[in-house]
Design a protein around this ligand. Structure first.
Ligand code: HEM
Length: 267
């Protein structure tokens, strides 16, 4: 049906905001110009890469009813990982992985470098926070039944991520090379050695030989700042791909309302 209402007189019409007060004839303000520039830069990149399709696929999606704060634990774990990566890179700029200089390099970083103690503290406490977050996130996915079909593979990838996270903490603990880290790691490596079959081999591999020696520290450092974070980044990529592809699981108490034969995902 046509709209028969007469148009409002000009003076009574709501005032348009910003520089377009005279129906777009005024020149755009500085903010508008910047926004326009930003949009055209994104368009320029998108025209050449078609990345927006991927971004849309990842970001614009329906989420199940009942999604709550517990669903943020995965993203919190991701943030903890990124924070560890950034602070770790800064620490690596000062750290010296040699048995005779490691302790001194950490002392120098803590006491002499501007904000060194802060960055070191963030990395140290961040590692504990990350372990807690990953465990909580695992608990959330377990209690919400998110490990079931079709997300079993993502659960398995998650378990690998948990083991890698724990190994990151373990290898990082030795690096300050003070009495506590030395003896704690000696005990930790010996415990590894008691594992069935692979235990003794893992033991030799970690120590880089039959005894704790000068190469042990270099091995822990290489594992801690290259091998494990690289593997974690790859695993997190796969984990997030599956989250984006499969979506997240609705809370089980809501799903129970739906008759089983009308569920589309077969869960
Ligand atoms: C570095 C460690 C980890 C990171 C960065 C991470 C990240 C994420 C993110 C961002 C999500 C989507 C949001 C959410 O549901 O919270 C997710 C979902 C999921 N994660 Fe993780 N995760 C990690 C470890 C784990 C672990 C240890 C497990 C289990 C053993 C796990 C199992 C799952 C499962 C099954 C889902 C799908 C959840 C659903 O469908 O509702 N993740 N993860």
């Amino acid at each position: 049906m046509a709209n028969l209402k007469p148009p409002l007189p000009r003076a009574l019409r709501p005032k348009p905001k910003g520089p377009s007060e005279d129906n777009g004839k005024a020149k755009p303000g500085r903010k508008e110009k910047l926004a326009q520039k930003g949009i055209s830069t994104i368009d320029w990149i998108d025209e050449r890469t078609a990345l927006s399709g991927g971004a849309r696929w990842v970001m614009f999606r329906k989420i199940p009813r009942g999604t709550n704060w517990f669903y943020t634990l995965g993203s919190a774990s991701l943030f903890a990982f990124l924070s560890q990566a950034v602070t770790g890179v800064i620490l690596a700029m000062y750290y010296d992985p040699s048995a005779t200089r490691a302790y001194e390099s950490v002392r120098y970083l803590t006491n002499e470098v501007f904000l060194g103690e802060f960055v070191r503290g963030m990395h140290k406490w961040g590692s504990t926070v990350m372990v807690i977050l990953v465990f909580l996130h695992m608990g959330r996915t377990f209690f919400y039944g998110a490990y079931k079909y079709p997300r079993e593979l993502n659960w398995v990838i998650g378990v690998v991520l948990l083991i890698l996270t724990l190994f990151m903490s373990f290898t990082g603990y030795l690096l300050p090379f003070d009495q506590r880290s030395f003896w704690a790691t000696t005990v930790g490596v010996a415990i590894n050695g008691t594992g069935p079959l692979v235990g003794p081999y893992l033991n030799d591999f970690l120590r880089a030989g039959p005894e704790f020696g000068v190469t042990t520290l270099a091995r822990f450092y290489a594992l801690h700042m290259l091998v494990l974070p690289g593997a974690m980044a790859a695993m997190i990529g796969a984990h997030l791909y599956l989250v984006a592809r499969l979506g997240t699981t609705a809370p089980p108490w809501l799903k129970a309302d739906i008759p089983a034969d009308s569920r589309k995902d077969g869960t």
